[in-house]
Design a protein around this ligand. Structure first.
Ligand SMILES: Cc1cc2nc3c(=O)[nH]c(=O)nc-3n(C[C@H](O)[C@H](O)[C@H](O)COP(=O)(O)OP(=O)(O)OC[C@H]3O[C@@H](n4cnc5c(N)ncnc54)[C@H](O)[C@@H]3O)c2cc1C
Length: 490
């Protein structure tokens, strides 16, 4: 008998989503990730959970509708890491006419199945706080609702749920060879040790590595694909308030400027074809200039390359046929004496749960498994209504009186109700162990190492949290020493 029913190569959102779905349907699952969970394209997304106005403009109404239904699902199952926001599009005389924007947003409202979020509206920004950050000529903006997600935490929480349902999650485990017969025999280098495992079916969810893994690891004909790169920049906060600004750029693309970790603004995205090693995706100076120019057309405060405090960039594979498809593509290959192989290409964050459900559904002819379930079950810590987020924050401040408002918001936004497991019975900050910067504590780091597969400082500073943005160098060194001296379970 094979060790596992399903082995998954790749710990991005696609891989962990499939692991969660399959484990919850009763399959014995192992996931192999060569580095850290979400360290590829999944932590460099535009962080939007949305119907996607660009898809609306392409008249893909059914896709917009289905994505808006998924938006509701994410709000329900992940109310801590997925938060509603108001998006504002300043009307620009050179771009889409205001009537087109307004009618597009009315249609967007109509396509949302349950309209749980406020409807779109027209705003006179000359007399509205939204206008404060904008250049003078903008008199009108259109506001609508969508959601913002902490993408890398979504990956980790999905993996945690998969593990809670029995999936084995191995980080630092690279799959180097997969021999195909009636079952798969996988050779891995797991934290330096060679191991062999067997599985009845295999998923290639390796993002930008998909074709090279097909060719060199699975030794099957590589699919016809293109690799695309997506880049974003982080600058000091350019505006107050929680709105996301949506700018119509001169090339017709939409550029988003979102509040990021309280004191920063995230601006993205620049997208183009990518060549090279997906493990080293550097942001081109031309992408930085493109995003600064887009922001400078709208915001009063000018930004330039020197103002960029961090760049985020990822690459992923798209099939040539599906270059513009947000849903991604799933293929299944099998035959007599050929164990099933599923390959998953690209796709956005919003539709990832649905994609995982469809991918696992393709295996129903091969195994008995229980029905679809992932839309109804909250991710770890997400067992509260998104409307009660502020109550959760107040509750945390009452229970752990040493937390200030910002600290409580960050912790509830990251862990939801699981914050109890992070802070325990602490009565004062000192009970949480050493401090690394003003926010991070030994207790949180230990939790991340023990329950969320964090192994290195970057895993904590950039993916489990974003505290790397503000942590002083000497605290990073202390964190590094602390983690080196703490052992995480396998
Ligand atoms: C150009 C572009 C535009 C995008 N636009 C959007 C957008 O508008 N909205 C949106 O929501 N999303 C967008 N995305 C999508 C999003 O960022 C990700 O593509 C999505 O999260 C799915 O990622 P993934 O799991 O396929 O890949 P990844 O997150 O890259 O994960 C693949 C993982 O496989 C691992 N791996 C590779 N080889 C091996 C091996 N041999 N053994 C073990 N592990 C291995 C890698 O280390 C990596 O962690 C865009 C992506 C791109 C590239």
């Amino acid at each position: 008998m094979a060790d596992y029913d399903l082995a998954i190569i790749g710990g991005g959102l696609n891989g962990v989503g499939i692991a969660r779905d399959a484990a919850g349907r009763g399959l014995r699952v192992i996931l192999l990730e060569q580095g850290d969970l979400g360290a590829g394209a999944s932590s460099a997304s535009p962080r939007l959970i949305h119907g996607d106005l660009a898809e609306l403009e392409r008249r893909h109404f059914l896709r917009v509708r289905s994505a808006l239904a998924e938006r509701d699902v994410w709000l329900r199952i992940a109310p801590h890491v997925v938060r509603p926001a108001r998006f504002a599009i300043p009307a620009h005389s050179d771009q889409r006419p205001p009537w087109q924007l307004r009618s597009g947003l009315l249609l967007y409202d109509k396509l949302a199945p349950r309209n749980a979020l406020p409807l779109s509206a027209t705003i006179d920004v000359t007399h509205h706080p939204l206008g404060n950050a904008l250049k003078r000529p903008f008199g009108t903006a259109f506001e609508y609702s969508d959601c913002v997600v902490d993408d890398s935490r979504l990956v980790v929480l999905t993996a945690a749920d998969a593990a809670a349902r029995g999936a084995v999650i191995r980080t630092g485990a690279r799959c180097t060879r997969a021999e195909r017969g009636k079952t798969w025999r996988l050779a891995t280098i797991d934290r330096g040790f060679r191991q062999v495992i067997t599985a009845r079916a295999l998923v290639n969810a390796t993002g930008a590595w998909t074709a090279s893994v097909a060719e060199t690891v699975l030794r099957v004909p590589p699919p016809k694909v293109a690799i695309m790169q997506m880049s974003q920049i982080v600058v000091r906060r350019l505006f107050d308030g929680d709105n996301v600004y949506v700018f119509q750029n001169s090339d017709g693309r939409l550029v988003f400027a979102s509040p990021y970790e309280r004191d920063f603004t995230l601006i993205g995205t620049a997208v183009h074809a990518f060549k090279g090693d997906p493990a080293i995706v550097a942001v081109a100076a031309s992408d930085v200039a493109y995003l600064c120019d887009a922001a400078n057309r709208y915001f009063r405060e000018r930004i330039e390359a020197v103002d960029v405090v961090r760049t985020l960039s990822g690459a992923n594979m798209v099939t040539v046929a599906a270059r513009r498809q947000r849903d991604g593509v799933i293929t299944l290959d099998h035959g007599r004496g050929k164990a099933p192989l599923i390959t998953i290409f690209g796709g956005d964050i919003t539709t990832a749960r649905l994609r995982a459900e469809r991918a696992v559904g393709k295996l129903t002819p091969f195994y008995p498994m229980s029905a679809r379930w992932t839309a109804r079950s909250p991710l770890p810590g997400g067992d509260f209504s998104w409307r009660r987020f502020d109550d959760e924050v107040d509750g945390a401040r009452e229970r752990w009186r040493f937390l200030d408002e910002d600290q409580a918001r960050r912790l509830v936004g990251a862990y939801g109700t699981t914050v109890r497991a992070v802070l325990g019975d602490a009565r004062q900050r000192g009970d949480l162990g050493p401090a690394f910067g003003p926010e991070l504590t030994g207790a949180e780091v230990r939790y991340l190492m023990n329950h969320e597969w964090a192994r290195f400082p970057d895993d904590v500073l950039w993916r489990r949290t974003k505290l790397g943005l503000t942590m002083p160098a000497r605290d990073r060194e202390a964190l590094s020493a602390f983690m080196a001296n703490s052992t995480a379970p396998r």
